[in-house]
Design a protein around this ligand. Structure first.
Ligand code: ADP
Ligand code: ASP
Ligand code: MG
Length: 454
């Protein structure tokens, strides 16, 4: 079996959904289980609706229009989504009455994107003569804890999913990505872009031969193609490289996707729905070829830098312990960290609670907060063996006048991450892309890998 996940960008219009059906048909002999995201834009609209409902100001018109366009374009019956729309409208009304939006009800609202898309895709497959059935992932066994918006699958899900899928027979299951359920029966979500994660959870549970992530670009590329026009697809990546890229902002794969795949050594292939014949990128336990030095550049914007300098009221170990305990208590998730004897600098994308945490930390330290910062990360297994990668990075950035605020290299040493202002982020990514992937001299000495890509 294989798991084929189609992202919102592949489900954006009647034409792209027709493409998806043809891609599935071409893979029928591999017995696909299909995982779908919400249609492009639907989840964003649902977040807006939920936030509007709490203020008593919302309208489902845009959400309905988005789906009607697809339903009419595919010549399906609107009845297909009627119950979901009624339930969503009742839910929004409830939120507007109580004027409260809890994480639980927010997950419930945003779950309608995938609930509806799975039905539309399955109905279209049936219309094309393929045997298909829409399922909510939780009806096939995907259960999580109740950490709404960022839920973690429960270990017992694997067995439940394997049993449920084994009982499905010949039908192509079209399963909701992103959403799951807690043991209390509340709908949960796995975090934005979480359908990739759903796909690998299902693949590991059923022992699939491969996870295919079908998207709108030719695979994982040397940089985000929206920022670097010259970005090129990579043939191969290791699980570790893909994890680092995802963690540091390459939106193409959800960071947790690699966890189930690594456990069962299931390859992940990233493919283009619009160009199914392109080879795409394969993510494997280990690269089978010489991988060069730098494989790709990721970036993540809109972070906050917090510099904490101890006023020496606490000994160093007490200072660190207190610091992390405070961030933990305020649920501030740390992306990157650098320390000296008396100071710690860290970055986070959690905006909520920063003022409260800073007030508390200010009792024993001088704290400075700088907003609008970006992490840039260069990733590649070869970085750990390279003598000149870091020098190359910082010389190139200095030549462009980009000021680097903080540097960090993780224990695996397959990435080098540093912090610049949001304003400088795109210049930094473009400069490093030129340096590692476009300049002839550096390409030969720093990145032999690229000569093998297409
Ligand atoms: P999907 O709807 O298929 O889940 P996403 O929009 O979530 O697709 O992710 C695909 C997008 O990720 C691409 O269109 C691209 O702009 C962006 N992206 C960011 N970094 C990379 C990268 N290194 N390689 C390829 N795409 C990237
Ligand atoms: N629909 C969800 C989102 O927009 C999950 C996904 O697309 O993978 O984040
Ligand atoms: Mg995505």
């Amino acid at each position: 079996m294989i798991v084929m996940k189609f992202g919102g960008s592949s489900l954006a219009s009647p034409a792209t959904i027709k493409n998806v059906a043809e891609v599935i048909r071409a893979n029928l002999q591999k017995r696909p289980l299909v995982v779908v995201s919400a249609h492009c834009g639907a989840t964003d609209l649902l977040f807006e609706l939920a936030r509007g409902a709490v203020l008593g100001k919302y309208s489902t018109d845009d959400f309905l229009a988005l789906h009607r366009k697809l339903i009419y374009g595919l010549e399906l019956d609107e009845e297909l989504i009627r119950d979901d729309v009624i339930e969503l409208e009742e839910l929004l009304k409830g939120i507007s009455y109580v004027k409260e939006l809890t994480p639980r009800s927010l997950d419930y609202v945003v779950s309608f994107g995938e609930k509806i898309s799975s039905k539309i895709v399955a109905a279209h497959l049936i219309k094309c003569g393929l045997p298909a059935t829409a399922y909510n992932a939780y009806d096939l066994g995907l259960m999580t804890d109740d950490a709404f918006a960022q839920a973690t699958p429960l270990p017992e899900s694997d067995k439940a999913i394997a049993e449920a899928v084994a009982g499905l027979g010949e039908t192509v299951a079209v399963v909701t990505g992103y959403i799951a359920m807690s043991l209390d029966g509340d709908v949960t979500t796995l975090g934005r872009n979480g359908s990739d994660y759903t796909a690998s959870i299902f693949a590991a549970a059923i022992g699939a031969d491969e996870v295919q992530l079908w998207t709108d670009v030719d695979g994982v590329m040397t940089a985000d193609p929206r920022v670097v026009e010259q970005a090129r697809p990579l043939t191969e990546l290791s699980f570790s490289e893909a994890s680092e890229l995802a963690y540091y902002g390459a939106q193409i794969i959800h960071p947790n996707t690699m966890i189930p795949a690594v456990k069962k050594k299931i390859p992940i292939r990233v493919l283009n729905t619009y160009k199914p014949s392109s080879p795409g990128t394969i993510v494997l336990s280990e690269c089978e070829r010489d991988c060069g030095v730098v494989k790709a550049i990721a970036h993540k914007k809109h972070l906050t830098l917090i510099d904490v300098v101890s006023t020496r009221m606490l000994l160093q170990h007490g200072f660190m312990a207190h610091l992390f305990e405070t961030f933990n208590r305020y649920r501030i998730v740390i992306d990157m960290i650098a320390t000296s004897e008396v100071s710690v600098s860290l970055t986070t994308d959690t905006i909520k609670n920063i003022p409260a945490a800073v007030r508390e930390l200010s009792q024993f330290a001088d704290v400075t907060v700088t907003e609008n910062m970006s992490i840039i990360s260069i990733v590649g297994e070869g970085i750990s063996k390279s003598h000149n990668a870091a020098a190359g990075v910082f010389t190139a950035l200095a030549d462009e006048g980009v000021n680097v605020r903080m540097i960090s290299q993780g224990a695996t040493r397959i990435n080098l991450a540093f912090l610049v202002s949001d304003e400088d982020a795109e210049t930094a990514v473009k400069t490093l892309h030129r340096k590692f992937f476009e300049e002839e001299t550096d390409k030969s000495c720093l990145n032999s890998f690229l000569t093998e890509t297409h």
